[in-house]
Write a protein that binds this ligand. Sequence first.
Ligand SMILES: [Mg+2]
Length: 412
Amino acid sequence: MIANQFDVFLFDLDGVIYIGNEPLLGAAEGLARLRKENKIIRFLTNDPCTTRSKIVQRLKHMNIEAYEEEIVTSGWTTAQYSKNKNIKKAFVLGNDDLHWELLQAGIEVTDVASCDAVIVGWDSSVTFGEIQKASKLIHQGASFIATNSDKTFPTPKGPMPAVGAMVEAIRIPTGKRPVIVGKPYPSMFQEATKNLDSSLHIVMLGDNPETDILGAHQVGLHAILVGESAKPYPSKKDFRNADAQIYNLSDLFDKEAQLKKWIRPEYPWPESIKPGVAGIVFDEKGRVLLMRRSDNGLWGIPSGHVEPAETVNQAITREIWEETGLEVRVKRLIGVYSEPVSQVFPYPNGKVSHFVTNCFECQIVGGNLNKKHWETLDVQFFNINELPEALLSMHPKWLEDALEQQKISFIR
Ligand SMILES: [Mg+2]
């Protein structure tokens, strides 16, 4: 049974333990049995409109034993995060419980221009004027922190806008990406497990693949989906696919229930897939053009993004002109590369993208290597038998494919 395989159980609340004020079938009994077996329990909720003590009371009314130190809410975690970041004054869009959590952490709630951060939680009475104020403060240099990024919450009338909608209303005009504290980002998982021995086996149980399952897998924890049978995501490596699915908590003790054990791939979970281009350029001596990147110091084939309204051919000729000063034309397509281990890139702002890169062989038709163009550390031609050691991992393979295709075209 699954219960025997873990020492620590992290539970999402809404949709796993209760819905509204109603406990879910098997929840109270399942939790009581885990406690009897001395398992460690934590409750993690993205709900920023409550406090840890209110959740303890709510669970007590459902005959579920719980302690404040076992509860991790997005509001409380936001207060801990802000305190650790030395935030003293914050402009807050959130309810009284979020204000209370921040005050407990020594953070003054204010709207003065000198505030350190804008903190966004849930406030059903927020006005457009407050959104304008928040945007202005962020423009003036305040940090942008959000309790969570859930776009909707379920109601009997259908899904209604949630914190994520308010976050977007501020993100779009400021162009600033917020720090998001709630699931699927790591802060709440880190708070929930911070004093636990590293030898303990930990599992997250949640009903939302986009927050509970993705978040647990991103920090390297096992994750079980709770609820009605859901269709898995098409790729087995998708971080949102759970290690197991159970109908309710009593299934943790079912002798038949098995873990499939999702295997964590060697790359971070990408938020988006983007088209990219790369260009292999040989000079008249058969040497290959490489650039040394300023962000990681590695050498690589010139590459870049496809911008709106341009073809991939236009994108690579523009990139090479912008970055080296050489005018090129596309000779042939070498290959389209999308292998995630080498094609998923985290950016300094935290965004992670997966590139599908169209790699071309390009021929020089004009221009000169010109330092004025270089945003990179260095650009030069290398003999293909003397390539630098610090070379981007996928580029030797692309080069090999280009040389192979040259041979084929020669034979023809
Ligand atoms: Mg839930």
